[in-house]
Ligand binder design. Structure first.
Ligand SMILES: [Zn+2]
Length: 428
């Protein structure tokens, strides 16, 4: 790694953490603290000296969580906030990066949705229309270019990668649900005359097939993809937790067969109820661990239910090392302004966690339901977006379900979008 001499009066765990992500992960540079600004490549203070200077904004480097004024400007062709007035670098990108990646605004008072979730509309990135830009990458790249110009250091942007992820909320649409649920479903579909569903049901009864059970195709679909993640819902049945029983032979068989595949990793999908009855999450993880060759360290919240810092603290205590829940169902883009995996910083304890956040930027339901895009529109968007993200070395992670690959009901026509997205990655 290249070494950057760095001067700062600031000393705080939040600050050291930010340097690690901003310089270490996004630019491939180690920072070494020096005692005076004149010895430094990078002077992060208001004292004169150093090859490059950035004035600290100050609001982030303390133990507090309190409302901070964020004024989003357009500077040099990209969004920026925390203006501090220096000529060369008029914004404190380090404080701004910390504000976003720590999800500072989610700890402040906000207007949650019906499930108690932080809403995209409450975030500064959505309000200023730049959620689709991984802004922290843009800031790092800008600083990196200045470093090359002023110090001859050669920063390295991260390498573009893709991870495809599937949530298995319901292994089957119709089969193996037990006589009562099956009969009830039939009666309700007849009464409401849901013709498509009835046709599917009858077809399912007369053969082994089920629209959601498409796992035998996955190996073929994922050929050439290096990272394929499945998150299984192992929760007891409930209003929002609708999988067949965790112990059903078909669940066991499916999970164990998938785990054998080279590129596949399996994680837990903590049920909706586990957010309120928190003892449930350990039970659900244990159910999955019983089926796997190693205890899982991966997790994604069902419904993306998440409240900071409680949810992540729970996962951490459970031995989860990688969470995949950071993103929105309602909007495409980067909830934290960053598109690579990074360690979670707990603002309550002011400590860097052992838990890593793996942000996703695209969810199957977003274009279909919230944006009301056609599959064609979505593919066109994906093409140009992927081109941009590739340049920045984003780790593109997206979220699908076995349901959304089913070609069933509202998902008709969306399987080609999945193939198209995987192809964009393969051909790059
Ligand atoms: Zn789910």
């Amino acid at each position: 790694l290249e070494k950057l001499t760095f001067y700062s009066e600031v000393n705080h765990p939040r600050f050291d953490y930010t340097l690690g992500v901003f310089f270490g992960q996004l630019l491939g540079i180690n920072t070494i603290r020096v005692q005076s600004p004149t010895e430094a490549h990078f002077n992060y203070s208001r004292e004169p000296g150093g090859a490059i200077q950035m004035h600290p904004h100050g609001a982030m480097w303390n133990d507090h969580i309190e409302p901070v004024k964020v004024q989003m400007d357009n500077w040099n062709g990209f969004p920026a906030f925390f203006r501090t007035g220096n000529d060369l670098l008029p914004y404190d990108f380090l404080s701004a990066a910390f504000y976003l990646i720590s999800r500072y605004e989610e700890y402040l008072s906000h207007d949650p949705d019906v499930h108690g979730r932080f809403q995209a509309e409450s975030s500064i990135l959505t309000q200023s229309g730049c959620l689709k830009l991984p802004v922290v990458h843009l800031w790092a790249r800008h600083v990196g270019a200045l470093l090359t110009e002023k110090t001859r250091l050669q920063p390295q942007l991260p390498t573009y990668k893709m991870t495809t992820t599937l949530d298995i909320d319901q292994l089957y649409k119709y089969r193996h649900k037990g006589l009562l649920r099956t009969l009830g479903g039939f009666v309700s579909d007849v009464f409401r005359w849901r013709k498509t569903k009835l046709k599917e049901r009858i077809k399912t009864l007369s053969s082994d097939s089920d629209p959601f059970y498409n796992f035998s195709n996955h190996l073929k679909w994922h050929r050439g993809i290096e990272d394929v993640l499945y998150f299984f819902l192992m929760a007891d049945h409930g209003k929002f937790d609708k999988n067949i029983s965790h112990g059903h032979p078909q669940m066991v068989k499916t999970i164990q067969e998938l785990e054998q595949q080279d590129a596949v990793r399996i994680g837990i999908h903590p049920g909706y109820q586990s957010n309120f009855q928190t003892e449930k999450i350990a039970i659900e993880k244990e159910r999955l661990d019983q089926l796997l060759t190693h205890p899982t360290r991966l997790s994604r919240q069902h419904f993306l239910m998440m409240e900071l810092p409680d949810t992540y603290e729970r996962l951490e205590q459970l031995g989860i090392r990688e969470d995949y829940s950071l993103g929105y169902s309602t909007h495409l883009g980067f909830r934290a302004g960053i598109g690579i995996p990074y360690r979670w910083f707990n603002l309550r304890t002011n400590q860097t966690s052992t838990l890593r956040i793996n942000p996703f930027c695209y969810m199957d339901i977003t274009p279909l339901h919230y944006l009301q895009w056609s599959p064609e529109q979505t593919m066109k968007f994906l093409k140009s977006w992927t081109d941009d993200l590739r340049q920045l070395g984003v780790h593109f992670q997206w979220l699908w379900h076995n349901e959304s690959l089913s070609n069933s009901e509202r998902w008709q026509g969306w399987l080609p979008v999945y193939h198209y997205g995987l192809d964009l990655h393969r051909k790059g």
